[in-house]
Design a protein around this ligand. Structure first.
Ligand SMILES: Cc1ncc(COP(=O)(O)O)c(C=O)c1O
Length: 407
């Protein structure tokens, strides 16, 4: 199987530098042909060899280089090396969506008879993938409230190969102790994989806490401009990376070079966007909690959040996702969502624009009612993905919408 193990010299150059330097430079160097500072889009399906021997060596995996864009592409590689550098991993594998990142991990590392332990409140389709698709291939799974670490330990079986954790979770913003999960997974011979989409590598780097694999829906913070769907998997070790890359090559969920170029452009401002959005979210969460039209606010940075201390220890910030319940149930939630002017009524998150949505009827509508209730997704719960707008504008807009609920 050809793959591009690579020495990743460009990544090593920025290894000990700050996150801002890495997002701007890691994995890239001025174009050797014309000196272009912006990375070129190598929009080519195939690559010429200088000799039959070179083609043979590349397909044999004996030398780094390009053969065919499903296997590897220079623009995509710049993005992969950039994210791998941010997460502190061996290498990255870029894929066509966040769901392709989840499925490529499972397809690369599991076989029939294997067992997975997963956070019960992960992004809905990640759970459905195990429950209704991989179950058809003999993979079994157990879903646990991983915020209570004893449930992870209790769910481990002799054939457990992967513990898959999402933290903070969508939209309940529960936080799981990554170091404790890594310890349990490793004691049972399993790997810890983490969906780091909600935090981004700016606020959380799971490999530093003992995880073996970290993945993102690049669609969200990493790209940051609501114009690309993409995913990426970063592995800590070469051997795991080789398996994930092989699954990407064979199952074919490659990232297109133009998609890679857009996300490489987006990632350069990741630290600034994430920090601005977080600053906005902290102020909005406090304002929401104090408003008489609000029954409940969930934000990891609030003193009322049950895992605030763990979030502060494990993360470099509390993020920009807020969940809240207006008093007055579903009708009040609907009224609020139609009365705000700046937040766009749309699913997704991590872009520069603030979005508002209703998880029970939108992102999480696939879950049965009892399950929604059990994990805390009530009929009145609204999810606010805070963006980078002027905070006074966001505050005034939310306030007028909330005030109108009291009228
Ligand atoms: C936490 C999380 N993981 C994975 C995904 C799937 O990503 P994509 O839509 O890019 O396939 C999403 C999408 O919303 C998500 O929120």
């Amino acid at each position: 199987m050809p793959h591009d193990p690579g020495e990743r010299k460009i990544m090593k150059k920025h290894k000990d530098m700050g996150l801002e330097t890495k997002t701007i430079h890691a994995g890239q160097a001025p174009d050797p042909t014309f000196g272009a500072v912006a990375p070129p889009i190598y929009q080519s399906s195939t690559f010429a060899f200088t000799s039959p021997e070179e083609g043979r060596r590349r397909f044999a995996g004996e030398e780094d280089g390009y053969m065919y864009s499903r296997i590897g592409n220079p623009t995509t590689r710049m993005f992969e090396d950039n994210v791998a550098s941010l997460e502190g991993g061996f290498a990255g594998v870029a894929v066509s969506s966040g769901m392709a990142a989840v499925s490529t991990i499972f397809l690369g590392l599991l076989q029939s008879g294997d067992h997975v332990v997963m956070t019960d409140t992960v992004y809905g389709p990640s759970r459905i993938l195990l429950e209704s698709e991989l179950s058809r291939f003999g993979v079994t799974s157990t879903f646990v409230n991983s915020t209570d670490i004893t449930t992870v330990e209790a769910a481990m079986q002799p054939k457990t190969r992967i513990v898959f954790v999402e933290t903070p979770t969508n939209p309940t913003l529960r936080v799981t102790d990554l170091a404790a999960c890594a310890k349990i997974a490793h004691a049972h011979g399993a790997l810890l994989a983490v969906d780091n989409t909600f935090a981004s590598p700016i606020l959380q780097r799971p490999l530093e806490h003992g995880a073996d694999i970290v993945m993102h829906s690049v669609t969200k913070y990493i790209n940051g401009h609501a114009d690309v769907v993409g995913g990426v998997v970063v592995s800590k070790e070469k051997e795991i990376h080789a398996k994930v890359l092989k699954a990407r090559i064979l199952f074919g969920a490659s990232m297109d070079p133009h998609q890679s170029w857009l996300v490489l452009r987006g990632i350069k401002t990741l630290p600034m966007r994430v920090r601005q959005a977080e600053k906005n979210a902290a102020r909005l969460a406090t304002m929401l909690e104090a408003h008489p039209a609000i029954a409940k606010v969930v934000y990891p940075g609030l003193a009322s959040h049950p895992q605030r201390e763990l979030a502060a220890r494990q993360m470099d910030g509390f993020g920009s996702m807020i969940s809240f319940e207006p008093t007055g149930g579903f009708e009040a939630a609907k009224a609020l969502m139609t009365r705000v002017h700046i937040p766009v009524l749309a699913v997704s998150l991590g872009g520069v624009e603030t979005l508002i949505e209703h998880p029970a009827s939108m992102t999480h509508a696939g879950l049965p009612n009892e399950e929604l209730e059990r994990i805390g997704i009530t009929a009145s719960l609204c999810r606010l993905a805070v963006g980078c707008e002027t905070i006074e504008d966001l505050e005034a807009d939310l306030k007028q919408a909330l005030d109108s609920l009291l009228a």
